[in-house]
Design a protein around this ligand. Structure first.
Ligand code: PEP
Ligand code: MN
Length: 338
C-alpha cells in the first residue's frame, strides 16, 4: 500500500512513519514529489496495517496499488525517473542519449577505435559485452575481467559512461566495480537471484525485455530490482520472438508508449538486436525515437566481417554517422534532443 504524508511534512514526521514500517518488518520505499512524500509499504499482508497508519497524524491518506508491480508503477511515482550518470549524462529526461559500441569487447585498441567513432558523432554512452550470452558454447564467450578493464580505460579516456552485461550473481561485484550501468540481458530477465543481486548494489541497471516476456512479466522483473532498494532501473525493448523469420526478432515498438504509460522508469530501445539486419537498423532506430524511446542502443563495428559477435547487425561507422545526424533532426522535430 502507499502511504501519502501530509503536504510539506517534516523530516521527523517522515521518520516516524518509516520507523513504524520497519518495526513491522517491512522495507519502506520513499518517493518524494515537490511537496508531497509518499512511502510504499509493500509486501504480503501490508494492508492489514492500513487503519493503524490512517490514524497517524502525519498521514494524509492510504491507497492501494492495483498493479502486481508496485514500485515500478505510475501509481507509486507520477514523475518520470531520471537516471544520473557520470559526465552529466542523464537517461529519462528530454535528451535521448545514444548508447553505442561493439557487441563484444574484442581488444583495447578496437574498443578505443569504436569509442572514438561513437563519441565523435554524438553517442554519449559506450556499450560492449565482456561476458557474452552466446547461443552456442563454441563461439566467443567474451574477454571477462580483462574486457571490463579495457571498458573502464576507454570510458575514462573518452569521458563516457559505460555499460556491460552481467550474466550471473557472482559477476555482480565485478561489473559494478568497472562499469557505470549493469545490463541484464534478454536471456536473464527472469533470473530472479540475479535481479535481486543487481537490486542490492547501487549502479544503475538496464533490464532488457526477455524475448518471450509479456510487458507485465518484464515490469515484474524490474520490480525485483526496485524491491531491493535500487531505484535506478531502465527498461530496454530489444525484440520478441514471433512466427516471423525474415528478421532476427520482432522489435515491439508498441511496447514503448504502452510501458511508458504504466511505469515512471525510462524506456529504451535496441533496434540492432531487434531487427538484426544492418541495412535496416537505422530505419528502425528512427522509429524507436519517433515512438518515444528515452535512449537508443546501437551496435557499431568498423570491420563487421571481423567482429567476434553480432557482425551482421553492427552499423558501419559511416552508417552510424549518417544515422546520428538524422536522429538529431528528428529529435528536434519531436521536441527532444539527442
Ligand atoms: C547485447 O546487448 O549484446 C545482448 C546480448 O543483448 P540481448 O540480451 O538483448 O540479446
Ligand atoms: Mn549483440
Amino acid at each position: 500500500m502507499i502511504i501519502t504524508l501530509k503536504r510539506k511534512s517534516t523530516k521527523q514526521e517522515e521518520m516516524r512513519v518509516i520507523e513504524k514500517i520497519k518495526k513491522l518488518g517491512y522495507v519502506p520505499h520513499i518517493s518524494k514529489g515537490v511537496d508531497i512524500t509518499i512511502i510504499g509499504m509493500i509486501g504480503e499482508f501490508a494492508e492489514k496495517y492500513k487503519e493503524s497508519f490512517e490514524s497517524m497524524e502525519e498521514v494524509d491518506h492510504i491507497s492501494e496499488i492495483e498493479k502486481p508491480y508496485k514500485l515500478a508503477s505510475r501509481e507509486f511515482k507520477k514523475e518520470n525517473t531520471v537516471i544520473k550518470l557520470p559526465y552529466g549524462i542523464e537517461i529519462g529526461g528530454n535528451r535521448v542519449p545514444v548508447i553505442a559500441g561493439p557487441c563484444a569487447i574484442e581488444s583495447k585498441a578496437v574498443l578505443l577505435e569504436i569509442g572514438k567513432i561513437v563519441k565523435d558523432a554524438g553517442g554519449t554512452i559506450l556499450r560492449g559485452g565482456a561476458f557474452k550470452p552466446r547461443s552456442s558454447p563454441y563461439t566467443f564467450q567474451g574477454l571477462g575481467e580483462k574486457g571490463l578493464k579495457y571498458m573502464q580505460y576507454v570510458g575514462e579516456k573518452l569521458e563516457m559512461p559505460t555499460i556491460s552485461e552481467v550474466m550471473s550473481v557472482e559477476q555482480v561485484p565485478l561489473l559494478s566495480q568497472y562499469c557505470d550501468i549493469l545490463q541484464i540481458g534478454a536471456r536473464n530477465v527472469q533470473n530472479y537471484d540475479l535481479l535481486k543481486a543487481c537490486g542490492k548494489q547501487r549502479k544503475p541497471v538496464l533490464l532488457k525485455r526477455g524475448m518471450s516476456s509479456t510487458i507485465k512479466e518484464w515490469l515484474l522483473s524490474a520490480e525485483y530490482i526496485l524491491s531491493q532498494g535500487n531505484y535506478n532501473v531502465m527498461l530496454c525493448e530489444r525484440g520478441i520472438r514471433t512466427f516471423e523469420t525474415a528478421t532476427r526478432f520482432t522489435l515491439d515498438l508498441n511496447a514503448i508508449p504502452v510501458v511508458k504509460k504504466l511505469t515512471h522508469l525510462p524506456v529504451l530501445s535496441d533496434p540492432s538486436h531487434g531487427i538484426g539486419i544492418r541495412e535496416h537498423v537505422a530505419t528502425m532506430a528512427k522509429g524507436c525515437l519517433a515512438v518515444g524511446s528515452d535512449a537508443i542502443a546501437l551496435e557499431v563495428h568498423p570491420r563487421p566481417e571481423e567482429a567476434l559477435s553480432d557482425g551482421p547487425q553492427s552499423l558501419l561507422p559511416e552508417q552510424y554517422k549518417k544515422l546520428m545526424s538524422e536522429l538529431k533532426v528528428l529529435a528536434k522535430a519531436l521536441g527532444r534532443e539527442i
